[in-house]
Design a protein. Structure first.
Length: 235
């Protein structure tokens, strides 16, 4: 009799515990599934609030025209909103490879002379900061992306990211070069962190100016968001 009562009690406890387990499972949060357009919209809103970041730009198959006679191949630096930029650039000047530094504060830009390394005031209308400013070039890419498709998620520097491809018109990239081709779209891919909707990498494939080679690829990496940085004009 004691054995029978024991099993009855065991069955009762088990049955009582099942709804509790089920209830617990129902309260577990499931990560929301976002569409490609929702991810892009959230990222555009998030990037507009970023105050500073580090960037690295690389090219395959050419470079981006900066000022007359100077073509950027690689760049790395920092930007602080509003209007402060410090960047080191590897560039082509004719058949030579040169290194130049650029500092922009507001509407004033200084660049080192690639021959003597002396700082010189850049008096042309070109504003280096427009290339990297999240309120212009980066936001334009996100805002004007079309044909959005979610690809398999990936990682950038061990950060789990959404991976989205699409197309963007060359006119939307006018801020990052001296000119742009009219009426042409190029392929774009972006990697966006799942946790914060921060943009960590952009890949642009295709020429955006008449002087570039077909198939040129630009890759932009962003990191170190909202770090304390000081950028001042050279003395």
């Amino acid at each position: 009799m004691k054995v029978v009562l024991f099993f009855i009690a065991l069955i009762a406890i088990t049955m009582l515990s099942v709804p509790m387990i089920t209830a617990c499972k129902k309260t577990e949060s499931t990560p929301p599934s976002f569409s490609a357009s929702e991810i892009i919209d959230n990222t555009g809103e998030r990037i507009s609030k970023v105050k500073s970041f580090h960037f690295e730009i690389t090219h395959v198959g050419g470079g981006t025209p900066l000022v007359e006679g100077l073509e950027m191949v690689e760049a790395r630096g920092d930007i602080v909103k509003p209007g402060r930029l410090k960047v080191s650039i590897s560039a082509k000047m004719g058949i030579m490879f040169v290194e130049v530094d650029i500092i922009t504060v507001g509407k004033t830009t200084y660049m080192t002379n690639p021959l003597n390394k002396e700082w010189e005031l850049l008096t042309s209308e070109f504003s280096a900061i427009s290339i990297f400013d999240p309120d212009t070039s980066i936001s334009a890419i996100l805002k004007d992306m079309t044909d959005l498709t979610r690809l398999d998620d990936g990682k950038i520097d061990a950060i789990s990211c959404y991976h989205i491809k699409g197309k963007v018109p060359c006119e939307s990239l006018r801020a990052i070069t001296l000119s742009s081709i009219e009426g042409v779209e190029i392929d774009v891919e972006v990697w966006i962190s799942k946790e914060e909707f921060l943009l960590h990498q952009i890949k642009l494939e295709g020429k955006i100016t008449d002087t570039e080679k077909p198939g040129i690829v630009r890759e932009i990496r962003l990191s170190d968001f909202d770090q304390e940085l000081e950028i001042e004009l050279p003395r």
